[in-house]
Design a protein around this ligand. Structure first.
Ligand code: HEC
Length: 249
């Protein structure tokens, strides 16, 4: 059974130099988070390495951390597909040179691994630091996060066996990430330049009066996975289609 926590803590995000004040709206509820509490939440590491703690960790230590705390789910070489797509594999020395992973443009390549996709080493560090190991997030020390990140990079032949990853050389390692040039803004999502991030043209005449949002199953997919309604939970808002009766168009 779930219980509501009897202590309510109001977290306030504090921008540098700005003193957060309770608005008065929530008088007598919670309290302002202390700087120490905010600091514990404020752990993001940015692509420009802002937020990266000072420290280091070796591939050798990383292998020990990996085998003890990560391999059970991700495989000894980061190759397992058991809980998630593989962490390592699919990248080459040429990719490290070009910064684009060639296998990403192949339709017949069986998997997209983390090292194939990730463009920024800070993301790898940050994600492990905040979320891994799965059953015990935030339990790794700073040294262990550096070390296990170094080990993953070593699995991809990005850094050598005797490498020690640190806040000092992260930028240099960034320059060797196999998919570092793989980021795109062609989708228009972030390259705003003061404009909205959509490319629709506003309708100015004979526009639809009412917008109806709908979804449909293409005819070709109707009976390709059995009767969908039998595979859906019977409660809640999700209702599937009875595809045994639907006609294939
Ligand atoms: C109990 C199983 C388990 C263990 C142990 C575990 N992981 Fe994971 N890991 C997962 C799962 C599940 C995901 C996918 C999570 C998601 O996408 O929400 C994941 C995702 C990741 C990713 C992100 C991959 C991507 O492409 O998005 C990395 C990196 C990673 N784990 C590293 C580690 C490291 C390092 C350790 C050891 C310190 C570790 N994991 C231990 C289950 C585990």
């Amino acid at each position: 059974m779930f219980r509501l926590a009897n202590v309510l803590l109001v977290a306030v995000l504090v921008a540098p130099g700005v003193v957060a004040q309770a608005s008065g709206k929530f008088d007598n509820i919670g309290r302002i988070a202390t700087p120490a509490e905010v600091q514990k939440w404020d752990i993001d590491v940015r692509p420009d390495f802002k937020g990266l703690p000072v420290g280091s960790g070796s591939v050798v230590l990383g292998q020990q951390v990996w085998e003890a705390q990560c391999a059970s789910c991700h495989g000894v070489f980061g190759e397992s597909t058991e809980v998630f797509t593989p962490i390592a594999g699919g990248t080459s020395k040429d990719d490290i040179k070009s910064g684009r992973v060639a296998n990403l443009s192949r339709d017949d390549y069986p998997q997209r691994t983390t090292l194939m996709k990730v463009a920024t080493v800070s993301t790898l560090w940050d994600y492990i630091n905040r979320a891994m190991p799965w059953q015990s997030p935030k339990s790794l020390s700073v040294e262990e996060v550096y070390a296990v990140t170094a080990f993953i990079l070593n699995l991809g032949d990005i850094v050598p066996d005797d490498f020690v990853l640190s806040d000092k050389n992260m930028a240099q390692v960034q320059g060797m990430m196999p998919n570092r040039n793989g980021m795109t803004t062609d989708h228009g999502l972030w390259d705003l330049k003061g404009k909205p991030d959509v490319r629709n043209v506003a309708c100015m005449k004979d526009c639809k009066k009412e917008v109806v949002i709908t979804s449909f199953l293409p005819g070709s997919a109707v009976d390709s996975h059995g009767n969908l309604i039998e595979q859906n939970r019977p409660i809640g808002p999700t209702r599937a289609m009875d595809t045994s009766k639907a006609t294939k168009k």
